[in-house]
Design a protein around this ligand. Structure first.
Ligand code: IPD
Length: 293
């Protein structure tokens, strides 16, 4: 194999099934940890640095649990998590995990945060050189579990609604679309995102900023949002939800033919994706293309 060309071969179905089951099992276990051990008064003390420290500690503990379980089950695989860098791998698979996606919601006790676990092929640190092949996104407060493996569809289990296979319906026009987005932590990037939002907002039904990118993208797959876009996502924010969306029949892309990356992701059913992509592309061009923002 040419070393410059990433090996994005999809594993065989038995392997995929095992990867999906493992992603689900560890996401459920980490989700229970962050809920069961979240101090009940965390939100009350959120102005104190101790509250932030508790969130950081829980993030780290959940990631340590994920890493331990994944290494026990598949010691040859690589690992990339939000709380630390990647590790070398001796197999074609790297696990890309976000132990708490939606950390601000976790701090405030808003029930929209998730554990995201994905098995990917290729190099997840290089845009365009990787893709997810199995994954799970678990909201431990509502019990909703989004799961998928390549070629086998996506499912929503748990929560209050009956379990179901996820299949995107015919989307509304852009003007009737409810569009999710998010904002980064850096002030300059937020200014750029606000400029883009000013262009997008008048052209859609409304905007939602729910606070967990993984849940936002899964919400598009489940039909509770029509579309989603955001600049600044990391691989661990998007990996598992990306697969859930495409297995539900959606399109997940970057801008102007680029792969999904921190530069931008756009997610929706095909026709709506085309319309939203065009609007976000033009808005991004007007806002300027400074790659540091
Ligand atoms: C954040 C959430 C948020 C998104 C940010 C992410 P984190 O992840 O997904 O919705 O808007 O861009 O960084 O920090 O809570 O893991």
């Amino acid at each position: 194999m040419d070393l410059a060309t990433p090996d994005l071969t999809t594993p065989d179905d038995a392997t995929l099934e095992g990867l999906e089951t493992l992603a689900v099992d560890v996401a459920l276990e980490a989700g229970r940890l962050i809920v069961d051990e979240r101090p009940p008064n965390l939100g009350v003390s959120k102005t104190k640095s101790t509250a932030t420290d508790v969130v950081t500690v829980m993030d780290q503990r959940a990631q340590d649990l994920l890493r331990t379980r994944l290494q026990e089950a598949r010691p040859q695989d690589g690992f990339l998590g939000e709380e630390e860098g990647g590790t070398d791998r001796r197999s074609a698979i790297t696990w890309v995990v976000d132990p708490i996606d939606g950390t601000v919601n976790y701090l405030y006790g808003i029930p929209s945060y998730s554990v995201s676990v994905a098995a990917v092929v290729g190099d997840p640190t290089v845009p365009g050189a990787w893709r997810p092949v199995a994954g799970a996104v678990f909201n431990p407060v509502t019990g909703e579990l989004f799961r998928a493996r390549a070629g086998a569809g996506a499912r929503l289990e748990g929560g209050r609604a009956p379990e179901r296979r996820l299949e995107l319906a015919e989307p509304p026009s852009l003007g009737h679309a409810l569009v999710g987005t998010g904002f980064g932590y850096d002030t300059a990037r937020r200014q750029w995102q606000a400029t883009v939002l000013m262009d997008v907002l008048p052209q859609v039904r409304d905007i939602r900023r729910i606070g967990s990118a993984a849940l936002d993208i899964c919400a598009v797959a489940a039909g509770s949002l029509d579309a989603y876009y955001e600049r600044g996502l990391n691989p661990w924010d998007m990996a598992a939800a990306w697969l859930v969306l495409v297995e539900a029949g959606g399109v997940f892309s970057g801008l102007g033919g680029e792969p999904p990356s921190d530069r931008m992701v756009v997610a929706a059913a095909p026709t709506l994706h085309t319309a939203l992509h065009e609007v976000v592309l033009r808005a991004a061009e007007r806002a300027g293309t400074d790659s540091t923002l």
